[in-house]
Design a protein around this ligand. Sequence first.
Ligand SMILES: [Fe+2]
Ligand SMILES: [Fe+2]
Length: 198
Amino acid sequence: MIGKQSIIFYHDIIDCIIAALEARDRNTADHSRRVSDMCEQVCRLMQLSQDETEKIHMAAHVHDIGKIGIADSVLMKPGPLSEDEWKLVMEHPEIGANILSRSRGLSEIAHIVLCHHERWDGVGYPNKIKQEDIPLGARIIAICDSIDAMMSERAYRRSLTSEQCQNEIVNNSGIIYDPAIVSVVTGNWESVVGYIHF
Ligand SMILES: [Fe+2]
Ligand SMILES: [Fe+2]
């Protein structure tokens, strides 16, 4: 997707988009930074190429950018969401992919963002695709996204301990998550999760 010369240019565009998210929704921006740090570490452990790692790192930074299109009353609600409110939140992968796909050079990143809530067993959203049909970057983000959600304190619930979180990931290996990536993450738990400040 991104030629070597233009990678810095695209990285700059991503930085602008992140700044827009920071201005609108600090929590999602902080969450995205932690997820992208974890994803980068997973990419290194999987020995992915520098280009692939860079692409997944950028996609992780903007994976929830579609939340920019969701009303504050839903996005900032300090308690559990109603069914209708969930339906609105579940539009964020498509909103995000639409925003990013305005740039042809970001089309692969847009596709990763579109697929970050798909599940290994094919019952995720928005398109119910499964296994290797889900782009690798989206499969990596799905795990790191869940780790951050579980390890972060919310107004209406306590965070899980590191051990509880790890069990949750293992229990959903081959169900929600790609089992190959789960074994990389759980086999290197401290190096993926240990240094992140939730
Ligand atoms: Fe998301
Ligand atoms: Fe997320």
